[in-house]
Design a protein around this ligand. Structure first.
Ligand SMILES: [Zn+2]
Ligand SMILES: [Zn+2]
Ligand SMILES: [Zn+2]
Length: 323
């Protein structure tokens, strides 16, 4: 950063510091203010990155969210900012691209989610949720500071130290939670635990209460953030959603076969048929194999009969239609 610190950067730093101060306070009314301030600060920091790329431009021309064409008097048009609204997070990200800036790693989704949860409902675990939000977007804040060539330790002082230690604390908690699945037979197929989310509070700190258990039928899941408990089937479903949810969403919209389907043996929605991975039920361990004995079609979770797993639906229906 060269020259005097801009007003925008000063605001960004103040907002982040206020947010961290609110976060540390035990006052129950302050989580909302913590998230608002922290979120605003991160956004301003990103905006300052754009301003640095065009130091001579009018800031509204860089950060305005709407532009209107006006005749330039020479037969062409110029685009002028319309209104005083500036870009939101999604637009900031796109404008980084337009400016040829690399968007830093880090995930602001959890910060946005906490912000929505706190403003619209009563979040069951504001402190833990906030800690995860700070940890998740830590690399983003770090990346913005790197682009700005500002030392975050100097700029934020003790607020930066708190962010660092919260990030470390969260990472350690997450590692401990993730390690509790190790004994399960399919644990090596689950490597997207970062995406697991508690259906009650959104936290990714889901763990198995008995970390020595290796039997899927005995799993008892629990959320470290809000204390919610999950039975065997629900826990497996949460794990599968984290691992395959995105792929299955694409499959659903593209009309392809989803990876997770109903198990023809136990009927749970826990059968994984991954073309590049396992094919088995994560709940009852059943594996669909071979071909339909009647028509020789290869058996898959989509065509195997739930009444007789040695044949396809069609053949089951054909052989039983007269019964
Ligand atoms: Zn929870
Ligand atoms: Zn099954
Ligand atoms: Zn068949």
């Amino acid at each position: 950063m060269h020259g005097a610190m801009s007003d925008l950067l000063t605001n960004a730093l103040n907002s982040i510091q206020l947010g961290i101060e609110d976060y540390q306070s035990n006052d129950l009314r302050r989580p909302v203010s913590a998230v608002r301030n922290f979120y605003a600060g991160v956004l301003l920091l990103g905006k300052q990155c754009l301003l640095n790329e065009a130091p001579d431009a009018d800031p509204m021309e860089v950060l305005g969210s709407r532009f209107a064409p006006k005749p330039d008097g020479k037969g062409g048009v110029v685009h002028e900012p319309e209104g005083h609204q500036t870009i939101d997070l999604g637009q900031l990200r796109r404008r980084f691209q337009d400016f040829g800036l690399r968007w830093p790693n880090g995930d602001v989704n959890s910060l946005q989610r906490v912000r929505n949860d706190l403003e619209h409902f009563h979040s069951p675990a504001p402190h833990q949720a906030l800690r995860q939000a700070i940890a998740d977007c830590f690399p983003l804040v770090e990346g913005f500071f790197a682009l700005l060539e500002v030392d975050p330790r100097e700029a934020l002082g003790s607020a930066w130290e708190i962010m660092l230690s919260e990030e470390r604390f969260f990472s350690e908690q997450k590692l401990t939670c993730d390690a509790t699945w190790k004994q399960l037979p399919w644990s090596e197929n689950i490597d997207k635990l970062k995406k697991i989310a508690c259906p009650k509070c959104g936290s990714s700190l889901i763990y198995q209460e008995d970390s020595l258990n290796g039997d899927p039928a005995m799993i008892q899941g629990k959320c470290k953030a809000c204390g919610a408990r999950f039975g065997e089937e629900e826990t497996i479903t949460l794990l599968l959603e984290a691992q395959y949810g995105d792929d299955d969403y694409v499959a659903m919209t593209d009309g392809g076969d989803p990876i997770v389907g109903d198990c023809p043996e136990c009927g749970s929605h826990t059968y994984v048929h991954d073309p590049e991975g396992p094919s088995l039920c994560f709940w009852c361990d059943f594996t669909i194999s071979g071909d339909c004995w009647r028509c020789n079609a290869q058996l898959t979770p989509q065509n195997t009969s739930v009444n007789d797993s040695s044949m396809c639906d069609y053949c089951y229906w054909m052989t039983n239609k007269d019964d």
